[in-house]
Design a protein around this ligand. Structure first.
Ligand code: FES
Ligand SMILES: [Fe+2]
Length: 438
C-alpha cells in the first residue's frame, strides 16, 4: 500500500521506470527530495538524497562516471549504496570520512512500470500494484540548513560599503537607479555624488561607485597593482547571477574545483589533489598563497612552443568581508601575472551583480601586454567566470550556510571555512538594531 501523506513509511511511486536513465531525475517521496539514476546502462535504479553533503550542490546536476554518481563541483563520487568512494582533493590514498556517505532510502523497487521508494524500513515487502490514481508527488525543496545562513538581505550587510555601479555608468549630470539589499537607490552625479534615500555614504574608489547604507565596518581591499605602470587594465562587463553574494564569494575563492568546474578552460583536470595550505587572518578578512597546476591557453609562449600548456602558478587569494576578493595569479614559468578583482553587489534575495577587473603584466623585462592580448585575456576570463556562475546558478537564491555542521569540510576547504567564519563574525558584530531585525 502506498504511504499516506505526512509519513515516510511505506512505498511511494516516484517516477515511470522509463524516465530514469543516466541523467539524475529529481523526485519526491514522503516530502523528502531525492534523485534517481541508473549507474550503468540498463542497470537497476539507484536513489540518492537531492544534495551533495559537501557544499549542498544539487545532485540533479551530477553525472555518471565509471558507474558512480559524480558531483559536478568537486568531483566527489558515490556508489550505488550512497557510499562516498572518492574525494579527489584528498589524493589517491585519501579516505573519505564516513559523514560523506549519503543516506539513501531504505529500498528502491522497479515494479509494474513504476519506480517505488520506501524512504524508511517498512513492514510491506513489495510495492503495491499501481492504480489509475497512481501519481508521483511534486518534488519538494531540499531541507534548509539547520544553522544560520547568510542571504543577500541579511541586516548585517547594511553596515558595509557595497559596489553599486561602475563609475562610467553614472555620467556627469546624470542619474542611475540601483538595487542594493532589496531596495532601490537613486544615484546622482552633480558636482558631487548624491544618493536617495539618504545613506551613511556614497563614494568612488577603483572606478566603482560604492554605497554604505549604515556606518560601515568593513576593511577596504587594497589593489596594489592599480596604477602600477607594469600592468595594463581590462574589465569584464558586470554580470548578474541568481546566486547570493556569499555563495558567489565561496565559488570565486574556491581552490579545489578548477579540475571539475574549469576543465574546459584553465583547470588542470589530472591534478585534483590539494596539498595542505595555510590561510592567514588579516584585518577584515584573510589571505592564502599556494602553488597550483593550471592550463594557460592565453600564454603567447604556448603558441610558439616555448612553454607547455600545463604550467605552475602561485595563486594569492585575498578576501575582505563581506564581498571583496582579489586573486593574484603569477606564472612560475613565464613570470606573467594576472590580478583579478571581484566585487559583489547583493541586489535582491536572488540577484547579485558581479564586477570583475583584471590587471595584466607580461613579466619582468618584457613589454606590456598589447591591446589584443588584453582583449584575449578578458575573453578568456569571461569564459572562466561563466563556468563559476553556472555552478552558482545551481544554488540560486540560497544563502551561505555559516554553521560547520550543515556542510562537510575537508582539509582542502580551509578557504571556505575561513570565509564562513569571517562572515559569521561580521554578522555577529552587527549593531544590535541590525541583528534584532534579522
Ligand atoms: S563535491 Fe559536491 S559540492 Fe563539492
Ligand atoms: Fe572557479
Amino acid at each position: 500500500m502506498a504511504a499516506s501523506a505526512g509519513t515516510t513509511t511505506g512505498w511511494y511511486p516516484v517516477a515511470r521506470a522509463i524516465e530514469v536513465g543516466a541523467r539524475p531525475l529529481p523526485v519526491g517521496a514522503g516530502g523528502r527530495a531525492y534523485v534517481l539514476v541508473r549507474l550503468r546502462p540498463g542497470a537497476e535504479v539507484s536513489a540518492f538524497p537531492a544534495r551533495c553533503p559537501h557544499r549542498l550542490v544539487p545532485l540533479s546536476a551530477a553525472t555518471v562516471v565509471d558507474g558512480r554518481l559524480t558531483c559536478p563541483s568537486h568531483g566527489w563520487q558515490y556508489d550505488g549504496e550512497g557510499r562516498c568512494v572518492t574525494i579527489p582533493s584528498l589524493g589517491r590514498d585519501g579516505t573519505p570520512p564516513p559523514r560523506a556517505d549519503l543516506s539513501v532510502p531504505w529500498a528502491v523497487e522497479e515494479r509494474h512500470g513504476w519506480v517505488w521508494l520506501a524512504p524508511e524500513r517498512t513492514a510491506v515487502p513489495t510495492p503495491p500494484r499501481p492504480t489509475v490514481d497512481t501519481a508521483p508527488e511534486p518534488v519538494p525543496a531540499p531541507p534548509a540548513p539547520d544553522g544560520p545562513v547568510l542571504g543577500n538581505l541579511d541586516p548585517a550587510l547594511e553596515s558595509a560599503w557595497h559596489p553599486v555601479a561602475l563609475s562610467s555608468e553614472l555620467r556627469p549630470g546624470g542619474w542611475l537607479q540601483v538595487r542594493l539589499l532589496g531596495r532601490t537607490w537613486t544615484l546622482r552625479r552633480t558636482d558631487r555624488l548624491e544618493v536617495d534615500p539618504p545613506a551613511y555614504g556614497v563614494r568612488e574608489r577603483l572606478g566603482v561607485v560604492w554605497l554604505a547604507p549604515a556606518e560601515p565596518r568593513d576593511v577596504p581591499l587594497e589593489f596594489p597593482e592599480d596604477g602600477d605602470r607594469r600592468f595594463v587594465s581590462g574589465r569584464l562587463l558586470p554580470q548578474r547571477s541568481a546566486g547570493t553574494a556569499g555563495v558567489l564569494a565561496d565559488v570565486l575563492l574556491d581552490a579545489t574545483h578548477a579540475p571539475f568546474v574549469h576543465a574546459r578552460t584553465s583547470g588542470a583536470a589530472d591534478h585534483p589533489e590539494v596539498p595542505a595550505y595555510a590561510v592567514e587572518a588579516e584585518p577584515g578578512g584573510f589571505r592564502s598563497v599556494r602553488e597550483e597546476w593550471f592550463d594557460d591557453p592565453t600564454d603567447p609562449g604556448v603558441a610558439t612552443g616555448e612553454r607547455p600548456l600545463r604550467q605552475r602558478r602561485r595563486v594569492t587569494r585575498v578576501y575582505r568581508a563581506p564581498f571583496q576578493l582579489l586573486l593574484r595569479l603569477e606564472s612560475l614559468d613565464s613570470g606573467a601575472a594576472t590580478v583579478l578583482q571581484f566585487l559583489l553587489q547583493p541586489e535582491d534575495a536572488d540577484s547579485t551583480r558581479v564586477y570583475t577587473r583584471l590587471l595584466l603584466s607580461s613579466g619582468p623585462g618584457r613589454p606590456l601586454p598589447a591591446p589584443a592580448d588584453v582583449e584575449q585575456a578578458v575573453a578568456f576570463r569571461q569564459r572562466v567566470l561563466d563556468e563559476d556562475l553556472a555552478l552558482a546558478a545551481h544554488l540560486a537564491g540560497q544563502g551561505l550556510p555559516l554553521a560547520a555542521r550543515d556542510e562537510l569540510h575537508v582539509h582542502a576547504d580551509r578557504l571556505g571555512v575561513a570565509l564562513r567564519r569571517t562572515l559569521c563574525d561580521f554578522a555577529l558584530s552587527a549593531p544590535r538594531e541590525d541583528r534584532s531585525a534579522a
